[in-house]
Design a protein around this ligand. Sequence first.
Ligand SMILES: [Zn+2]
Length: 121
Amino acid sequence: MHDILEIRPTPDRGTAAFVTRTVPVGELLGTLTGPQMPARGRYTIERDGNHYEPGVPVRYVNHSCEPNARWEGHELRVLRPLEAGDEVTFDYTETESDFAAPFLCQCGGENCRKVIGNHLA
Ligand SMILES: [Zn+2]
């Protein structure tokens, strides 16, 4: 399953995850299996009030205000058809009720919310 995603650095958005082939809507991109952490962290993903430290490659999926994937339970699935080389993103505000490390979004989307999290540290 993991060969569907390739991890590589970007010039401006840190490390990111890209699909290696065409991917149809609904396909599974990755799962969140733990470990479960005692508190929210910089990379943790919140599900049902618990915080999970994501493994590779899910750890490197960046935020976008106009994402092409979303979490359904503990499964990251494709929201719209992807072509090989597309970066995979999800909206962090759909999983997190708060942020350990708020950040400035660089998704470039028309409806970009700019500051993700309540306050910049
Ligand atoms: Zn944005």
